[in-house]
Design a protein around this ligand. Structure first.
Ligand SMILES: Cc1cc2nc3c(=O)[nH]c(=O)nc-3n(C[C@H](O)[C@H](O)[C@H](O)COP(=O)(O)OP(=O)(O)OC[C@H]3O[C@@H](n4cnc5c(N)ncnc54)[C@H](O)[C@@H]3O)c2cc1C
Length: 646
């Protein structure tokens, strides 16, 4: 199998296998630099203004590069990152409870079920401490303890407290910090900001990324933009499941279009299903709400012992309750990692022990914590989450347990990138949730904000210089060039086709039907039979979608169903690839649980001999099965072992 552009070379730094603690420092020294006066000669496009995009754009502009930023949101502050609640990890060891860079590295490699690159994860753990300093200096109001130091709480998969937080609004506060830094550069004229503008394609010419084609969501105008390098910071694609905790607009289009132009797509089957979401309340719901993992610090998860229990929670005595996580995993209890907590919730609900009107939840109970710490203390830590829960369910969680159930939350898969965060298409970089790096088969809580900001503030600003240094003296391609014109025409054709289809069913109808297939066959548990069904049913539904979707309105004004039509079309292709990836991965690891591969206790059964690799898929054309490439993973510091939280 041949690669179309670039090579699958992870460009590991010297020392990755025998001196990991120094590898990033040495690599920074080895990389080429662009001197301050020359930085002004380079243009960089950044798509996305979440934590990853805003931090990357602000930092590169501060360094002196000319940066053009694009977002489909009406303000950078509306990026999905604003929704992050619980916190951000940093190996500061303020608690003096045994944390260190090495322990964060160890926990993350193990938490990812030994399916991530050691060198990347070590770098992430190293720069985690700088992120906290950077955010604090920007004025991010992290919670403080009684002595004035920054406070920490625990998240799943760790036995230390290393999660920094700003009540239940950590993402919002961090984004305000990154946004302020970004807007300072907009004011200084080093960042050109394009809001309400959607990237609909990537332009690759002579084997390198040259720019993007975008559509103005208000006027419908399609235009081209060129640069020396393109950075995608376009977030995750959990909405392929239709119901998820992601913002409604999150989608895969930017990454998928880059994939179709030659960028490899890695590990699409790794999805994180978060254990603590509010269960759905009817068939027509369009969004699920997360209750932050931080709640598992003080909440205890249980179900009644009896099947089809009809008593209210308060009337079920202790002796008739099953605190199943504490029983099965005494060492980590309610703070087992997300994949483990989610699967266990599914098991008890499938057994018929679910609670709530639709019997589709488990309890998250704060009675003990309120008794021990007092209601005021719980309110101080989680007040906004409790209020949100009450507004949505009409139930008061100070008085009765919350009901929770797993929901799609985060996508570990994404565009394949090397150690420098560059895809196999030279000049195309990818940061934040949109890339596949760092989290392996399962992301630990509070590590996404850490990774997005690590990429944006501390990694990409260095590594992009290593690429650009070689382009000194080259002007970016002219965006009037025929290569751009051809892509613009394709974008325009695709937009027009949705308006012309004139079918009978809405885009949302097909998205919901697709979501059901993805959830049922590629959800918390997968098996061969279901995956085969997904591989045949998804293309059939896609074919119907192309013939029968109905998009009203015009292409010359704001038209949200037109925007969504293209995104759902890309979800169809991604969904099929997810199923193929899950089928090919004949093992269970992290968020990928194959029913055929479990041990006697029902835990994930990894196959290191055959699957200790990243699967990176290559687009091979419309209606063709894609090529699966492998990046073998080596573990020299954290020896693969059976992940146990008992
Ligand atoms: C409810 C919730 C709570 C969470 N809580 C936590 C937490 O406590 N701790 C933690 O570590 N993680 C948490 N996460 C995960 C974390 O929030 C995300 O992984 C992270 O914020 C992603 O940041 P990002 O910058 O990569 O992408 P995003 O914040 O999703 O930003 C994507 C950007 O790309 C733009 N974009 C996308 N496609 C296009 C396009 N085609 N054209 C133009 N612009 C485009 C969007 O406009 C947006 O600006 C949570 C996730 C959810 C859903």
């Amino acid at each position: 199998m041949s690669l179309k552009v670039g090579e699958l070379n992870s460009n590991l730094p010297q020392g990755a296998t025998d001196n990991i603690a120094e590898a990033w420092t040495n690599h920074k020294f080895d990389m080429k630099l662009v001197n301050p006066a020359n930085k002004r000669k380079f243009d960089v496009i950044v798509v996305g203004t979440g934590l990853a995009g805003s931090s990357a754009a602000a930092t590169m502009a501060e360094l002196g590069y000319n940066v053009k930023v694009f977002t489909y949101n009406d303000s950078p502050r509306r990026a999905h990152s604003i929704a992050a609640q619980g916190g951000i990890n940093g190996a500061k060891n303020y608690q003096n409870d045994g944390d260190s860079v090495h322990r964060l590295f160890y926990d993350t490699v193990k938490g990812g079920d030994f399916r991530s690159r050691e060198a990347n994860v070590h770098r992430l753990a190293e720069v985690s401490v700088d992120i906290i300093d950077q955010a604090t200096a920007q004025g991010v109001p992290f919670a403080r303890d009684y002595g004035g130091l920054l406070d920490n709480r625990s998240f799943g998969g760790a036995q230390v407290s290393r999660t920094f937080y700003a009540r239940g609004q950590t993402g919002q506060q961090l984004l305000l910090g990154a946004y302020s830094a970004l807007m300072r550069q907009v004011g200084a004229g080093t960042v050109e900001l394009h809001t309400r503008t959607e990237m609909l394609d990537l332009v690759v010419h002579d084997g390198a990324a040259r720019g993007i084609v975008v559509r103005d969501l208000v006027t419908g105008e399609v235009t081209s933009h060129s640069a020396h390098a393109v950075v995608l910071a376009t977030g995750g694609y959990g909405n392929v499941y239709y119901l998820s905790t992601n913002a409604m607009m999150c989608n895969v289009t930017a990454a998928w279009r880059a994939h179709r132009r030659g960028a490899l797509f890695a590990n699409p089957c790794y999805t994180q299903i978060h254990p603590t979401c509010i269960p759905s309340s009817d068939e027509f719901q369009s969004k699920l709400t997360l209750m932050s993992e931080s709640l598992r610090n003080d909440g205890r998860i249980w179900v009644p012992d009896a099947f089809e229990e009809s008593r209210s929670a308060a009337d079920v005595p202790e002796s008739d309750r099953d605190y199943y996580l504490e029983r099965k995993y005494p060492a980590f209890g309610n703070l087992v990692p997300r994949d483990v907590a989610s699967r266990n919730a599914k098991t008890v609900v499938d057994q018929g022990k679910g609670v709530g009107p639709m019997k589709n939840g488990v309890y998250l109970d704060f009675a003990d914590a309120i008794g021990r710490l007092g209601e005021d203390s719980i309110r101080e830590k989680y007040g906004n989450l409790f209020d949100m829960y009450e507004r949505i369910t009409g139930e008061d969680p100070y008085k009765q347990p919350m009901r929770i159930y797993p929901a799609t939350h985060y996508t570990m898969g994404g565009l394949w990138v090397d150690y420098e965060l560059q895809s196999n298409v030279p000049g195309l970089f990818c940061v934040g949730e949109a890339n596949f790096s760092d989290h392996g088969a399962n992301r630990l809580g509070a590590s996404a904000l850490m990774q997005g900001l690590a990429d944006g503030y501390f990694v990409l600003p260095y590594t992009i210089g290593n690429y650009l240094a070689d382009q000194l003296g080259d002007a970016p391609m002219n965006s009037n060039d025929a290569a751009f014109g051809a892509v613009e025409a394709e974008v325009q054709d695709r937009t027009n086709r949705w308006l012309a289809t004139n079918g009978t069913k809405s885009v949302d109808y097909y998205h919901r039907e697709l979501g059901k297939l993805v959830w049922n066959y590629i959800g918390m548990e997968r098996d061969e039979n279901g995956l085969e069904k997904a591989i045949s049913e998804i293309p059939a539904l896609k074919a119907e979608y192309y013939k029968n979707v109905r998009v009203l309105g015009s292409g010359e004004s704001l038209n949200q169903s037109l925007e969504k039509a293209g995104r759902v079309a890309d979800f169809f292709e991604l969904a099929e690839l997810k199923a193929r990836d899950a089928l090919a991965r004949e093992e269970s690891c992290g968020g990928h649980f194959r029913v055929e591969h479990q041990d006697a206790e029902g835990e994930a059964d990894r196959d290191d001999e055959n699957f200790q690799h990243v699967a990176a898929w290559e687009w091979t054309g419309e209606d063709n099965v894609q090529n699966r490439h492998k990046e073998e993973l080596e573990f020299n510091y954290v020896k693969p072992s059976k992940r146990s939280y008992k």
